[in-house]
Design a protein around this ligand. Structure first.
Ligand code: IMP
Ligand code: MG
Length: 179
């Protein structure tokens, strides 16, 4: 598995220290608000679990699943809801946690869907932002790292559902997906 990684982009230590900063920011911004942290399955799982533990304030968890890439490395732009929230978010402060903001289609779909339910606020927190790839205007409120336009895996991010359990973020060798 590790042989398919051409380069380490973010080490475990870099991720740990940035996640700690994000947690401090979130704790400061949401003190007294008991936010609902919404993780987008499955890619956000690792980031979610680290961020919430770095945010020492009362909060709730919920999860959504949407289809995005399927098996390819390019976004189709068509998003389907696979699993909805189990919580009524009306009047609540929602923070969406996602692994990566790429073309923006996924998070546009999710934020518009949740905004219809009249939450008090909806903000976006992403581990990675690839601004060069954006196709729709959407911005994250909290960004771990801005990265170049390369396909990355690890720390929750997959290619064909594999590589999520690599503990750092690495660039996937294009030989894996280019014939
Ligand atoms: P978007 O809708 O194009 O913004 O894509 C968001 C989804 O595409 C993410 O939740 C990821 O699952 C996937 N994705 C985008 N870029 C990468 C990448 O570099 N590696 C792995 N998955 C990615
Ligand atoms: Mg994926």
């Amino acid at each position: 598995m590790i042989n398919d990684i051409s380069r380490v982009l973010l080490t475990e230590e870099q991720i740990r220290s940035r996640v700690a900063q994000l947690g401090e920011e979130l704790a400061k911004d949401y003190e007294g608000k008991t936010p609902i942290f919404v993780g987008i399955l499955k890619g956000a799982i690792t980031f979610f679990s680290d961020v919430v533990r770095a945010t020492p304030i009362p909060c709730e968890y919920d999860f959504m699943a949407v289809s995005s890439y399927g098996a390819a490395t390019i976004s189709s732009g068509k998003i389907d809801l696979i699993k909805d929230l189990g919580t009524d978010i009306k009047g609540r402060h929602v923070v969406i946690l996602e692994d990566i903001l790429d073309t923006g289609h996924t998070l546009k779909f999710v934020t518009e869907l949740l905004a219809q339910r009249e939450p008090a606020s909806v903000k976006l927190c992403v581990l990675l932002d690839k601004p060069e790839r954006r196709e729709v205007p959407i911005y994250a409120d909290y960004i771990g790292f801005t990265i170049p336009n390369e396909f990355v895996v690890g720390y929750g991010l997959d290619y064909n559902e594999v590589y999520r359990n690599i503990p750092f973020v690495g660039v996937l060798d294009p030989k894996v997906y280019k014939k």
